[in-house]
Design a binder for this molecule. Structure first.
Ligand code: LMR
Length: 398
């Protein structure tokens, strides 16, 4: 039967990661896959994570199954982290939730629930969005369409066009996929004022926000990065949201995520909660436990949580410092326009006005790796290679 199977091209981000790993030039710079790297260029295990693991290894007595929706403690702590324990909806009885296999697993679970509830709904995604959003959500059967978002000339958000497009094209009951913070792939986020304008717009048109929060704490701060999601949950009757612990806990390969669903009425919550367990059972039966146990331990222990917050603050500071350096290096070499964008964008990513051919030249001639769309992961650079990155970039753009 496998003679009927045809090969598919490799995932662009994963292929880029492998291509960079195979490059033997010592000066290579990996601005590809979205992982946080420290000054030494390694993807570190956070100290809080190591400490929590040691406790777990000492105390864990069984590897038996937990449940289809994962750990209650993990879900409670993550909800407290992203919403704040005193958020008006936190204890309203309107939240259903499930642990998931990473942010991606949560996106798939949320999309599968949306399809079960409303198979004719369209999910509107930003142009551009994280490439994997499309197959993850689209393979449920839901239709996807795009709304304008990033302007490759101004290197900022086309907010008016976004609203105008949704206004004319989205129908009541459609979902709008929004990046909670640190937009992937552009780094261009909605401002608080834009979130304030967006929420009543969504409500008036009966559009359902589907918020992907994958980089909490890596943009402006734990509090600041959650502004949009907290507002949406406070004011919109129904919301789907996903949280990832891949980046801010550095737990990439452990696959730790959370799906949250806000129901319009407490009467709907038990049915939705039961569906989450049933859907997850059909997808992967149960989410992996180890990483979720680590997050639960960290968030549930004052000392470990402080240690984690300090490390996250350090990581965010390093990313902001690298943005500053890149912006200055571009500015002094004649790239003022890109310099301004880089400093105004948030999180690991920025999207540069680079064509596919220019991205290829950067790889071949300069051993600088970025996606063909021009996305760079700033956290992959360091102070010593930033001047040459800026120089090579301006050279291929000239
Ligand atoms: C990225 O955007 O580079 C990361 O989220 C890794 C991935 O799975 O694509």
């Amino acid at each position: 039967m496998f003679d009927r199977i045809s090969a598919v091209p490799p995932d662009a981000i994963m292929a880029l990661m492998q291509q960079c790993q195979a490059d033997e030039r010592p000066q290579k710079v990996d601005l590809g896959v979205g992982v946080y790297k420290d000054v030494a260029g390694t993807v570190p295990i956070m100290r809080a994570v190591k400490t929590a693991e040691e406790i777990i290894f000492g105390e864990e007595k069984t590897k038996t199954y937990v449940s289809t929706t994962g750990r209650v403690g993990f879900r409670d702590h993550v909800l407290d982290l992203v919403l704040g324990a005193d958020h008006p909806v936190r204890h309203s009885g309107r939240i259903a939730s499930s642990q998931a296999a990473g942010g991606s697993g949560a996106l798939r679970l949320g999309a599968q629930l949306a399809y079960a509830a409303s198979p004719d709904a369209t999910v509107w995604v930003s142009t551009p969005t994280w490439a994997n959003h499309v197959p993850l959500i689209g393979s449920t059967g839901l239709k996807l369409q795009s709304y304008p978002y990033y302007n490759r000339e101004t290197l900022g958000v086309d907010f008016d066009d976004m609203l105008a497009h949704l206004d004319s094209n989205a129908k009541p009951g459609d979902l709008v996929l929004l990046h909670g913070c640190c937009h992937n792939p552009t780094g261009a986020d909605l401002s608080d004022a834009q979130w304030d304008q967006l929420v009543p717009f969504l409500n008036e048109r009966k559009l359902v926000p589907f918020v992907d929060l994958a980089y909490l704490g890596l943009g402006l701060g734990l509090e600041e990065d959650g502004y949009g999601l907290r507002l949406v949950i406070r004011d919109c009757p129904e919301v789907i949201f996903t949280v990832s612990a891949s980046k801010n806990f550095g737990l990439y390969k452990e696959r730790v995520g959370l799906l949250g669903v806000i129901c319009a009425d407490t009467a709907h919550t038990p049915a939705v909660q039961s569906q989450l367990g049933a859907i997850q059972r059909t997808l992967i039966s149960m989410p992996p436990d180890h990483g979720a146990q680590i997050v639960e331990r960290i968030l549930g222990n004052g000392d470990l949580k402080r240690m984690w917050v300090d490390e996250l603050t350090e990581m965010r500071g390093r990313i902001r410092g690298l943005r500053q350096l890149l912006s200055e290096a571009l500015d002094v070499q004649g790239g003022e326009h890109i310099a301004r964008a880089v400093i105004n964008q948030n999180g690991m990513f920025s999207m540069l006005p680079v064509t596919k051919e220019q991205a290829e030249r950067l790889r071949l001639d300069h051993a600088i790796y970025m996606t063909n769309s021009g996305r760079i992961n700033i956290a992959g650079a360091n102070a010593s290679n930033i001047p040459s990155v800026a120089k090579a970039l301006l050279e291929v753009l000239s």
